[in-house]
Design a protein around this ligand. Structure first.
Ligand code: NAP
Length: 461
């Protein structure tokens, strides 16, 4: 029997394990989901929305278990209280727009014709979720998919193996039928076999570029819809007219919160030469205030990375950059809890350039590079010099200038004077190797349904 294990970053020991589901049982679970979908879709939208929100409310009641469980599984300090703010905000927002997003587009409603496009659920939606924001990334698809009349099968990351189980428990306790929302413990081979057999009508994968490639390969030729929300190397650009303190605060938080393990975390910063020295100095002071340590300690503000292998990648990128001339501004001795394993001190590198892996590959850790720029044109070139494109954060008092620069950027979202935030009213999407598709917003609902055209000619004689 293959076991799926979560090795806790807190102490390096197995925190939870579950047996991987054999393919035959997984097939049966999918068949049940397919059967249940017909009657779920026939329920009024209002009822589906209410049941999903009841599931969300039930999960909120589990806060005292969820928060330490998250700390054990992926290292986020308990002081941050889990992911309930974003989880609830996204769920409530999609609930509020569901009726409007799913309503038919009417071309004609006359004595002679009814012509309209209705939205139909795909059927069975498969959600593959990552560990970095395990509840929020999952709910982005789970909530609107269920509301739209799909049934959902969730496969969560090994690192956060208990999250899918807990979400499903909350939803089922709140009244969502067990076959409508299921969590399966699946290894990669079984996942790929199910996808290749066209078990699902739509697949939403959130995770690494390599993972996304594997899923796309498995789905090849099945014509199942595929949403791919992959990695990022998101830039910030601080212009000469920026509010410096606000820029430091938000960009440093965006670079290091959750130990830098955010898909839209800030990984590289370009600062106009007139503000560069002050920005760097303030950033070093900002980051130095972190308290690295055991995430179960309420005083800890920076937990370990989710797995020591992720911290090893960050260390290796930093070492490579330093060997090529970068300067590390944070002395790791300030953070004696840095153990060379999962516990990793935050870092700021200067004297970096784009020949370094650190400035090109996703780092996904509490480390950021800062470069000086002379002009918007130079900043735009550098921001676009990446295989990724999820968000870009522009710092200026001039909204028109930000919009003008934004139009030049190869990215899914342009922020002005904020960063590292997912607005559920806007489409979450990426370009280049960050993937394709889009979640949340009205467009998210459209991606989780398919159009069906009705062309009804009336007999008038
Ligand atoms: P990952 O290793 O690709 O895993 C993501 C999920 O996919 C997990 O459930 C994983 O299961 C599964 N998976 C990976 N490869 C698979 C395969 N070949 N077959 C079947 N399932 C597979 O990514 P991660 O390390 O969890 O997450 C971090 C990455 O996600 C970063 O690159 C980050 O930027 C990206 N991310 C993107 C967004 C976005 O909105 N664009 C949001 C959050 C995270 P196992 O854990 O069992 O391997």
């Amino acid at each position: 029997m293959t076991m799926i294990r979560c090795i806790s970053p807190v102490n390096g020991e197995v925190y939870a394990e579950r047996a991987a589901m054999p393919l035959e049982l997984a097939r049966q679970a999918v068949a049940q989901a397919r059967l249940a979908q017909k009657s779920w879709a026939k329920r009024p939208l209002d009822e589906r929305v209410k049941l999903v929100l009841a599931g969300v409310a039930r999960l909120n009641e589990m806060v005292d278990e969820v928060v330490p469980e998250l700390a054990w599984q992926m290292g986020r300090p308990v002081r941050y209280g889990g992911e309930f703010k974003g989880f609830n905000e996204r769920s409530n927002y999609v609930a509020s727009i569901a009726a409007d997003a799913l309503k038919p587009l009417v071309a004609e409603e006359s004595d002679r014709f009814e012509r309209r496009i209705e939205r139909e659920p795909h059927g069975v939606v498969f959600v593959i979720a990552p560990w970095n924001y395990p509840y929020m990334t999952a709910i982005n698809t789970v909530a609107p998919a269920l509301m739209a009349g799909n049934t959902v099968i969730l496969k969560h990351a090994s690192q956060t193996i208990l999250v899918g189980e807990r979400m499903v428990r909350a939803f089922v306790e709140a009244g969502v039928p067990a076959d409508v929302f299921q969590n399966l413990f699946l290894d990669h081979d079984t996942t790929a076999a199910l996808i290749a057999a066209r078990s699902f009508d739509f697949i939403n994968f959130t995770g690494s570029v390599e993972g996304g490639r594997s899923i796309e390969r498995a789905a090849a030729g099945t014509f199942a819809g595929l949403g791919l929300e992959l990695g990022g190397k998101d830039p910030g650009y601080v212009m000469a007219d920026a509010d410096l303190d606000a820029a430091v605060d938000t960009l440093m938080d965006g670079a290091t919160y959750n130990s830098g393990q955010c898909c839209c975390g800030i990984e590289r910063i370009y600062v106009h030469e007139s503000l560069y020295d002050a920005f760097v100095e303030k950033s070093v002071a900002w980051v130095s205030n972190y308290r690295l340590g055991n995430p179960l300690d309420p005083e800890t503000t920076l937990g370990p990375m989710a797995n020591k292998r992720f911290a090893a990648t960050v260390r290796s990128q930093i070492a490579d950059a330093v060997s090529k001339g970068a300067k590390a501004l944070i002395d790791p001795k300030r953070f004696p809890e840095d153990d060379g394993g999962a516990y990793l001190a935050p870092q700021i590198l200067v004297d970096v350039d784009h020949s370094m892996e650190f400035m090109r590959e996703e780092t996904f850790g509490p480390a950021v590079g800062i470069m000086k720029v002379k002009s918007d044109a130079e900043a735009i070139d550098l921001m676009n010099d990446s295989q990724y494109g999820l968000t870009a954060s522009l710092w200026t008092r001039d909204a028109e200038r930000a919009a003008r620069i934004g139009r030049e950027l190869e990215t899914g979202t342009v922020f002005m004077n904020r960063a590292d935030y997912l607005d559920p009213a806007l489409c979450w999407t990426g370009v280049k190797e960050t993937g394709r598709g889009g979640s949340l917003s009205v467009l998210g609902f459209h991606n989780l349904t398919r159009p069906k055209s009705y062309h009804l000619k009336k007999v008038t004689a």
